[in-house]
Design a protein around this ligand. Structure first.
Ligand code: ZN
Ligand code: ZN
Length: 310
């Protein structure tokens, strides 16, 4: 008995040592250990009769998450505000049904008050060009010291300085805080993800979040290509968590809300583990010529009929 048990334990020890060495090598290559997991307070989710139109939670003094109330629009998107020394990036301007600019102006005024009233330019950019991510743009067009990035892939590529959309990764400097911008068409042709090396957060838009990842069938190959490039990026960058643009799943694995649900009781947490990237890559890599709905614990690949390039 003991002999039978003993011989397989040797290769296991080798495997254990090898994986330990690989782990140590990865730390040496890529830097320090992960900080503690993100812990958000509960988000507004429509379960109260009345809730504020927006809710803000700070990740740190330069990084803010804004949730738009589901009572203003069923999409209830998440917006992100990232401050550098010279520029502040607003990623998405909301789904409409509210005035979003007062919340953003207040956050910028508070930040400036903490930084000697230093001037800072606002960049309004978008995870992609669906209406629930740019409905607030008009509120910012006449704002001083503000750029509103266009919605076409060519405009996005030009603004961020892509040399080879969608193959290359662009770098965008906020002033002491350089972001990596990944072109990730598929869900929509102008889709990007933004990686922040300072916080090691990946802002993943509508391509990867706890919900239905809609992929028009005529763009499925683009989506697959984006998933491959994303997985390659993740192999060479430490990622703490993914923060997407919606929550459409419950705390029950693989269970989503009904479409346009007005209340999101028991929402899945906003962050996804970085392991979701490889899980998504593998899922779309094995999807056949006619992809079908593919439920995972934390996201659902959701092919939809072909759409024009909007
Ligand atoms: Zn979308
Ligand atoms: Zn969306």
């Amino acid at each position: 008995m003991s002999g039978l048990l003993a011989w397989p334990s040797m290769p296991r020890m080798h495997r254990f040592r090898r994986s330990l060495l690989l782990t140590l090598a990865t730390f040496a290559l890529l830097g320090a250990e992960d900080p503690k997991p993100l812990a958000f307070k509960p988000w507004i989710n429509g379960t109260q009769a009345r809730e504020p139109e927006t809710q803000v939670q700070a990740i740190d003094g330069d990084t803010f998450v804004i949730r738009q109330s589901v009572q203003t629009n069923f999409e209830a998107p998440f917006l992100y505000l990232l401050f550098g020394r010279e520029r502040v990036l607003l990623l998405d301007s909301g789904a409409g049904g509210l005035q979003i600019r007062p919340t953003i102006d207040r956050l910028i005024a508070d930040w400036r008050a903490r930084h000697g009233e230093r001037p800072i330019r606002l960049i309004v950019a978008h995870s992609h060009s669906h209406g629930d991510h740019h409905a607030g743009d008009d509120e910012f067009r006449a704002r001083p010291d503000t750029d509103v990035v266009g919605l076409k892939p060519t405009e996005v590529a030009a603004f961020f300085g892509f040399t080879d959309w969608p193959q290359s990764v662009a770098r965008f400097d906020l002033g002491g805080r350089t972001l990596d911008v990944l072109a990730t068409p598929g869900h929509q042709p102008a889709h990007i993800m933004v990686y922040d090396a300072r916080t090691r957060l990946l802002f993943s838009g509508d391509m990867l979040y706890p919900g239905r990842l809609y992929v028009p069938l005529n763009h499925f190959d683009d989506f697959r290509g984006s998933a491959e490039r994303l997985a390659a990026f993740a192999r060479t960058h430490r990622i703490r968590a993914l923060l997407g643009a919606h929550i459409e799943m419950t705390t029950t694995p693989a269970k989503d809300y009904a479409m346009e649900a007005p209340v999101h009781a028991d929402e899945h947490p906003l962050p996804l583990a970085p392991s979701a990237i490889e899980e998504l890559r593998a899922a779309v890599a094995k999807a056949g010529p006619v992809p079908v709905v593919d439920r995972h614990a934390d996201f659902i690949v959701y092919p939809v009929p072909a759409r024009p390039n909007d």
